[in-house]
Design a protein around this ligand. Structure first.
Ligand SMILES: Nc1ncnc2c1ncn2[C@@H]1O[C@H](COP(=O)(O)OP(=O)(O)O)[C@@H](O)[C@H]1O
Ligand SMILES: [Mg+2]
Length: 287
């Protein structure tokens, strides 16, 4: 078996006294979407910042295509083909689509010692690459700020793919978007996967993760609650796990104490307790 595209082994991260991540081990394959799910504060951003070279892990090891790597900066990660699209930093709204697509890496023409940007080629390439993501940009001179939220994300995704990214990390790309625009982004995620990229899709919304994900890593307060292939978990279980075992436990106890004399509530409490047991079992033995 060939090594995974990206592998994390026993990654922990502390910020001073705050423990953001504890002992995370997982991997990312090309042509797959790996979803990282968890509530606010679960450690999702901390994990991807380590993969993106923006932060360094306190413990643990990273491997790219089987080779151990140490990232000192985002540039190091980018050189190994790991591109990160942050929700708010993805594009410069006032600049044109093609400018945003290249952001300083425009194709150039030269005559003797004189070199200038080949705007025609830049515009054409940007248009072609966006079309590959299923987006028709009629005028690449148009400011990115005039695109819809989903399309804006797609400029950043198409750019990463064009510049040779192997791993594409998307940090909560759908969290500020409505249902329709989220759908647009989910489509690009699938597009990127079909182009062979290993996509890491961070979200707190299991309804967004489920339709596109091949694997699901669930984080809870910095710990892994399990790492599931799609056929190892159901949509409902995923939603339940996201709802959080702890909250469920609380609810079960409340129901139990409130259900004295009420058969219906007692049944419900029992059901919750069973479900909780199953979830805990699964979290402990993900395989
Ligand atoms: N730069 C930082 N300095 C100190 N604590 C941080 C820093 N970044 C994140 N944290 C803490 O680490 C934990 C995980 O945060 P984060 O990775 O942002 O979670 P998520 O993205 O899942 O919401 C939280 O308790 C958060 O307050
Ligand atoms: Mg975050």
């Amino acid at each position: 078996m060939t090594a995974p595209l990206l592998e994390m082994k026993n990654i922990s991260k502390r910020y001073g006294n705050i423990i953001a991540l504890t002992d995370i081990t997982t991997y990312v394959n090309s042509g797959e979407v790996t979803c990282i799910l968890g509530d606010n504060g679960a450690g999702k951003s901390s994990l991807i910042k380590i993969l993106a070279g923006a932060h360094q892990q306190s413990e643990g090891r990273l491997f790219v295509e089987g080779e151990e790597v140490m990232f000192d900066s985002p540039r190091d990660a980018l050189e190994r083909g790991i591109a990160t699209v942050y929700q708010d930093l993805a594009v410069v709204p006032l600049m044109s689509v093609w400018r945003n697509f290249f952001l300083g890496s425009e194709p150039t023409k030269s005559f003797g010692p004189i070199r200038w940007i080949d705007t025609e080629a830049a515009s054409r390439i940007a248009k072609e690459e966006m079309a590959k993501m299923g987006i028709d940009i009629r005028d690449t001179e148009q400011a990115v700020g005039t695109l819809s939220g989903g399309e804006r994300q797609s400029v950043a995704i198409a750019r990463a793919a064009y510049f040779g990214a192997k791993v594409l990390i998307l940090d909560e790309p759908t969290s500020a978007l409505g249902v329709r625009q989220s759908g647009v982004v989910l489509r690009y995620i699938i597009e990127a996967k079909h182009r062979g990229l290993g996509v890491i899709f961070i979200t707190h919304n299991p309804n967004h993760a489920w339709p596109v994900g091949d694997r699901f890593l669930i984080l809870n307060r910095g710990r892994s609650m399990g790492d599931f292939k799609k056929d190892e978990i159901t949509r409902d279980e995923l939603i339940m796990m996201m709802a959080g075992g702890a909250e469920l436990e609380e609810l079960t106890k409340e129901l139990e104490s409130a259900s004295a004399g009420d058969e219906k509530l007692a049944d419900m409490a029992e059901e919750f307790a069973e479900e909780l047991e199953e979830l805990e079992e699964r979290a402990e033995h993900p395989d």
